[in-house]
Design a protein around this ligand. Structure first.
Ligand code: IPE
Ligand code: IPE
Ligand code: MG
Length: 245
């Protein structure tokens, strides 16, 4: 039986978040420039997006570029921004063919104008697609997002639109960039690093974490299926005892 068939469709994670890490090391292992790794990582993105649709997972969020990544060498940053544009140009077709809606979270105004425009066009073009929603976390960090949410609520309170005592978890979550998207149930990080790197700190509160030594450019849909199968073997207790579940 193939991996896809081993997935229990009645217990799918509704939302999977991925930290796509290890592109630079992958390239270095091959004696190539780091950028070659980023370029090759696009193949993994395409394959995983198709895998998500095949498995029936409704939401996929991909950590594409963090706030902290702006501090990388200028040449790498500009190459990554260029790759964003070429990838959107090439892959919008793949999104349409697979009925995938594109979304983005992060401080998008920091993106170069051309990248921002291409991104908005692709989001618009795919906005009616229904099979899955793929969110790119771009110029994103969780602390940035949480501070933004706090700022918006403070502004509303200052104007008398909301009372501080009315702020609860639901109200707070509604001000996050991910408003309307269910929390990820499974978070995958590639490249053998065991950390969160400022990713979806609020939303991952009860996510199952899955780490694989595979470097991102080697990751394919079968690896995603393996992670889902592993997820389905776990008991999610949400603070309760085993007996209560
Ligand atoms: C992840 O790969 C992609 C981005 C952060 C843009 P890295 O570029 O972090 O690759 P490593 O971790 O240095 O190998
Ligand atoms: C996290 O990877 C960000 C992305 C994958 C886009 P990093 O490579 O930037 O994270 P650290 O520096 O290893 O924590
Ligand atoms: Mg890295």
């Amino acid at each position: 039986m193939g991996l896809l068939e081993q997935i229990d469709r009645s217990r799918l994670p509704e939302h999977i978040a991925i930290i796509m890490d290890g592109n630079g090391r992958w390239a270095k292992e091959k004696g190539k420039m780091r950028f070659f790794g980023h370029q090759s990582g696009v193949t993994s993105v395409r394959d995983v997006v198709e895998g998500v649709v095949e498995a029936g997972v409704k939401y996929l969020t991909l950590y594409t570029f963090s706030t902290e990544n702006w501090n990388r060498p200028k040449l790498e940053v500009s190459a990554l921004m260029e790759l964003l544009v070429t990838t959107i140009n090439k892959e919008t077709k793949t999104l349409m063919e697979n009925d995938v809606r594109l979304n983005a979270i992060g401080d998008l105004k920091q993106l170069p104008a051309r990248g921002y425009k291409k991104l908005q066009e692709a989001i618009e073009k795919t906005s009616g697609n229904k099979a899955s929603t793929v969110t790119l976390a771009l110029s994103y960090s969780s602390r940035w997002e949480i501070v933004e949410a706090a700022r918006k609520l403070a502004a509303q309170a200052a104007k008398g639109e909301i009372r501080p005592e009315d702020i609860n978890e639901g109200v707070f979550a509604s001000q996050l960039a991910t408003a309307g998207i269910p929390d990820p149930e499974l978070m995958i990080r590639t490249s053998g690093e065991y950390r969160i790197s400022n990713y979806l700190l609020w939303q991952l509160a009860y996510a199952e974490l899955y780490f694989t030594p595979k470097l991102w450019p080697d990751f394919r849909r079968e690896d995603l299926f393996e992670a889902i199968i592993d997820f389905q073997k776990r008991e999610r207790r949400f603070g309760l005892t085993s007996e209560q579940i």
